[in-house]
Design a protein around this ligand. Structure first.
Ligand code: NAP
Length: 490
């Protein structure tokens, strides 16, 4: 690295993406600090601690490309294992000392005169940086349902991402509201411990069957001895064919690929659920992959246990001892889990971000959160997002997405570090062109085919990358510099 200028970088967030940025900046011998609002690292894998938490991306594909890991216990890893992986990587790469824990950044203000950012933390301290990497995550603001009487419930009631760790679950009557990836995993894990389990499903989900198996000690030793075996899984042709098939289906709902996905999900439902009445309860009335597909291998078995009841009626209200349905049914419960998802449109919010000429991020993100190629923001110089709005979403590794985004960001950073520019930001015209094309394409994706989901913005348009995975990979290889406003060599 041939840096001419000494520039300081702030990284907001010590989850997967923040660690990635820190490792790369450290390798490049650049000065940086990581600000983390919590007292430990790991982001979503720190916050989510619910029973059954598993990543539905194969474990060996859910690692940094530069830090393979031989110790996964199974093809799909559990949440605690993944958290340990990130802690180990942070330690191995010497990142932990650079993280300021319990330090939430509450404001970022661009200083026009000095062309740098002033960050204010929750303790009231100010910090000056030249560059800001926003790695604050996507699904980290729990959404609790607006159901009458929720506060009246006398048992334990909490969001899936705020699990009460010491809670006794055995032989309890447990209700779970929500059947997204979280609700399905929780229900699967609790069937065997609950006395009765009621799974409230406002909109049943399509499930894609995936395999799961444990790795033996011998296999782990083989992984330690021969990294090629890990790469064989990470770059497995069938895994990538599935991703490309899935991606083709998303962007062209009439494609044979989407037909195939729909057939697999429907056949799985038909073949798995014996009771016709239960099968119909579990049959979604929208197209597969319109909401994020559930990848699972056990739920349809668990849901047929005698102690499980699938409730697809409308909730009237929550009362002290349970949930009253509109049809008069009452479910007596000791525990009520709200697996009701997240406010997915917040990203770095509620941090106040003010860019050039007093432009606030709230204003820029009205009506929807967005970013140029999901990474940069016109009017917010030297600010870069990892896993920001309009990036690819689906059943693939967000680590791979973040690594590709870093490739793009790093080339823009090099311009600043080399002294060829003081600030870099996308031109508004380039951004508007991107966003116009993106919205047009997003409205043609399967996400727009008629269901509600966290992929949609307030106006009902998917906040996602609407083109192919390969298009995204290509776009991230090199920023188009003519799309950028590159100002003032220092
Ligand atoms: P989600 O997919 O947004 O699902 C929320 C569920 O709560 C839906 O079933 C929704 O029903 C229901 N719900 C919300 N408000 C409700 C209300 N007022 N009354 C009744 N039901 C209500 O949330 P999530 O399951 O936490 O998953 C979010 C995302 O996290 C996933 O899509 C995935 O990206 C990620 N995740 C990944 C993994 C993994 O293995 N990689 C695991 C967990 C989570 P409607 O559909 O009717 O709105």
């Amino acid at each position: 690295m041939n840096d001419k200028c000494h520039k300081r970088t702030a990284i907001i967030g010590a989850g997967m993406a923040g660690l990635l940025a820190a490792i790369n900046l450290k390798k490049a011998k650049r000065e940086f600090m990581v600000f983390e609002k919590a007292d430990s690292l790991g982001g979503t894998w720190r916050d989510n601690r619910y029973p059954g938490l598993t990543c539905d991306v194969p474990a060996h594909a859910y690692t940094y490309s530069f830090a393979p890991y031989a110790e996964w216990n199974a093809y799909h890893a559990t949440g605690p294992e993944i958290k340990r992986y990130f802690e180990k990587v942070a330690s191995d790469y010497g990142i932990t000392p650079f993280i300021h824990f319990n330090t939430e950044i509450t404001a970022c203000h661009f200083q026009e005169a000095s062309a740098n950012w002033e960050l204010t933390d929750a303790h009231g301290e100010n910090h000056i940086f030249d560059i800001v990497i926003v790695a604050s995550g996507v699904l980290h603001h729990p959404s609790t349902p607006d159901i009458t009487g929720l506060d009246d419930f006398q048992g334990s009631c909490f969001h899936s991402a705020q699990w009460e760790d010491d809670l006794v679950l055995e032989n309890k009557n447990i209700g779970i509201i929500g059947c997204g990836s979280s609700g399905i995993q929780i229900a699967t894990a609790l069937t065997s411990v609950a006395n009765q389990l009621v799974h409230f499903q406002r909109s049943p989900q399509w499930i894609m069957p995936v395999e799961q198996f444990n790795y033996t000690e011998e296999e782990k030793q083989d992984f330690r001895d021969n990294q090629q075996l890990i790469d064989d899984i990470r770059y497995d042709k069938q895994y990538w064919d599935n991703i490309y098939r899935f991606n083709k289906g998303i962007i062209n709902p009439d494609s044979p690929e989407m037909q195939m996905i729909e057939d697999i999900c429907r056949d799985y439902l038909e073949a798995s659920i014996q009771d016709p009445a239960l099968r119909e309860k579990l049959r979604p009335d929208y197209r597969a992959a319109c909401k994020r597909l559930i990848y699972n291998w056990q739920y349809y078995d668990c849901v047929q246990n005698q102690n499980v009841f699938v409730e697809t009626g409308s909730i009237d209200r929550v009362m002290a001892s349970g949930v009253q349905m509109q049809d008069g049914t009452f479910h007596t419960l000791d525990i009520l889990v709200l697996a009701t998802g997240f406010h997915a449109d917040r990203f770095i919010k509620p941090t106040s971000v003010i860019g050039r000429n007093g432009l606030s991020l709230d204003t820029f993100w009205s009506p929807r959160p967005t970013a140029h190629y999901a990474v940069t923001l016109p009017g917010f110089p030297n600010m870069f997002m990892l896993n920001g709005p309009t990036g690819p979403v689906g059943n693939f590794s967000l680590i791979d997405i973040a690594e590709r985004q870093w490739e793009y960001i790093d080339q823009l950073l090099s311009i600043i570090h080399s002294g060829d520019a003081e600030t870099v930001e996308p031109k508004i015209s380039a951004f508007e062109d991107y966003e116009k094309r993106r919205i047009e394409a997003a409205q043609k994706t399967i996400f727009s085919s008629g269901c509600s989901s966290w992929y949609l913005d307030n106006t009902g348009i998917p906040m996602t990358w609407p083109w192919s995975y390969q298009d995204f990979a290509d776009a991230m290889q090199q920023p188009i510099l003519s799309e950028y406003d590159i100002r003032g060599a220092s």
